[in-house]
Design a protein around this ligand. Structure first.
Ligand code: SAM
Length: 381
């Protein structure tokens, strides 16, 4: 059986060989931080279960340590309360993940993308298990790093794990979307939960010239990782990065609960686009930009959009003689908006998100294609 140090070194090797770990200082952090102190028991998905079921993997059981050193996100809390230790070994549960230890390759890639330098003051939003915080503290020193966690119990567990691992960053329990309650001229901000728009506090607490690395997402849970440079107090601009990054949405930005879905009659017409396009990574993202209050369900040509704030609906289907139809009802013509956005994106050559950027100012926040003067959509600030 391999020891933790051996498994750590093996994972760091894999991540260096596949090009994830390019900076020796971050490789040192990956080799030093014992992830098992931060994760403890976790949930594993039961293969092919619908709805998804989870089984607990308890500390010390067969495969537990090996699981911790695979490059996977490990879910540590369901529904804001259930931890793996609350569940018997043979039982399985259904729930929505609310806290996790992000996969090591993503955390390490993000720390590198943030372009952190020795001496920088960094604010992290979403301490979670504390694993990414420990990597940051190893590289920067605890006195340069503040991390904010929303959930008091998660925050307490992270604090204990960080102490056990020998790191002492400043930890805050609270809503990280409000920034550091003590204010702060930060050089860098990294968020490991996603947001619908860049919180105003961040735009004031990061110094001009400083950077914000954050995943923007929304109520269809489509997302993209953006690196913004703060251009002045309250303003920032930047581009989305290559890849496919998603994080659970920050709790205050999450979709409000909705009644159970009832599909109602409405106006029918042919769809001008193949609805399956909004089931692709970037198509979903464009649809969400066009209809930011909508939740997307369905698959392939049979898509359903439900506007959480107005109850408006759109649903698509294959047409009886080829093509596709859409039925819309309610005050917001969701499909009209999505169709127009998808056609703009298609006219621009259907770029992946790295062809998009975002600009935030006191006047609002806008995601654009190509450049700031390109086609774009306002975020629901
Ligand atoms: C994906 S986990 C973080 C993973 C963590 N960085 C790690 O390496 O283990 C996201 C965390 O963000 C926290 N969170 C959600 N909304 C938040 C908010 N508004 N402020 C601070 N933390 C928040 C969640 O409670 C959760 O623990």
């Amino acid at each position: 059986m391999s020891t933790s140090a051996q498994l750590r070194a093996a994972l760091a090797n894999v991540l260096a060989e596949d090009g994830t770990l390019t900076d020796p200082a971050w490789r040192g952090a990956a080799e030093a931080v014992p992830r098992e102190l931060f994760v403890g028991p976790y949930f594993a998905q039961v293969p092919d279960s619908v709805p998804t079921r989870y089984r607990p993997v308890h500390r010390g059981e067969d495969g537990w340590l090996e699981g911790i050193y695979t490059d996977r996100t490990l879910i540590t809390q369901l529904d804001g309360r259930t931890r793996a230790d609350d569940i018997d070994g043979d039982s399985t549960v259904v729930g929505s993940p609310t806290s996790s230890s992000t996969l090591p390759s993503l955390v390490l890639r993000m720390w590198q993308q943030l372009e952190v330098e020795a001496g920088h003051r960094v604010l992290e939003v979403g301490t979670g298990t504390g694993y990414s915080t420990a990597l940051g503290a190893h590289r920067l020193g605890g006195d340069r790093l503040t991390s904010i966690e929303y959930d008091p119990e998660v925050g307490r567990a992270a604090a204990a794990a960080l102490t056990a691992a020998g790191y002492a960053p400043r930890l805050v329990v609270g809503d990280g979307l409000r920034g550091d309650p003590d204010g702060g001229a930060y050089d860098r901000l990294i968020a490991t939960c996603s947001v619908r728009y860049v919180p105003t506090a961040w735009l004031h607490q990061v110094k001009p010239g400083g950077k914000i690395l954050v995943t923007l997402s929304g109520w269809s849970y489509a997302s993209g990782l953006a690196l913004l440079t703060v251009t002045g107090p309250g303003t920032a601009t930047g581009r989305f990065l290559p890849g496919y990054t998603s994080f659970m949405i920050a709790r205050p930005h999450d979709r409000p609960p909705r009644p159970s879905l009832a599909l109602l009659p409405g106006e029918e017409r042919p769809s001008l686009i193949d609805p399956a396009v909004i089931g692709t990574w970037t198509g979903d993202w464009v649809a969400q930009l066009a209809a930011p209050a909508a939740e997307r369900m369905g698959a392939g040509p049979e898509q359903i959009l439900w506007d959480v704030s107005t109850g408006s609906q759109a649903r698509t289907a294959p047409g009886p003689e080829g093509g596709w139809t859409v039925v819309q009802r309610g005050p917001v013509r969701l499909w009209d908006r999505v169709e127009a956005a998808i056609r703009l994106w298609q006219a621009a050559g259907e770029p992946h998100q790295e062809g998009f950027g975002v600009t935030a100012s006191a006047g609002g926040q806008r995601v654009w294609i190509g450049g700031e003067d390109g086609p774009g959509w306002d975020l629901p600030v």
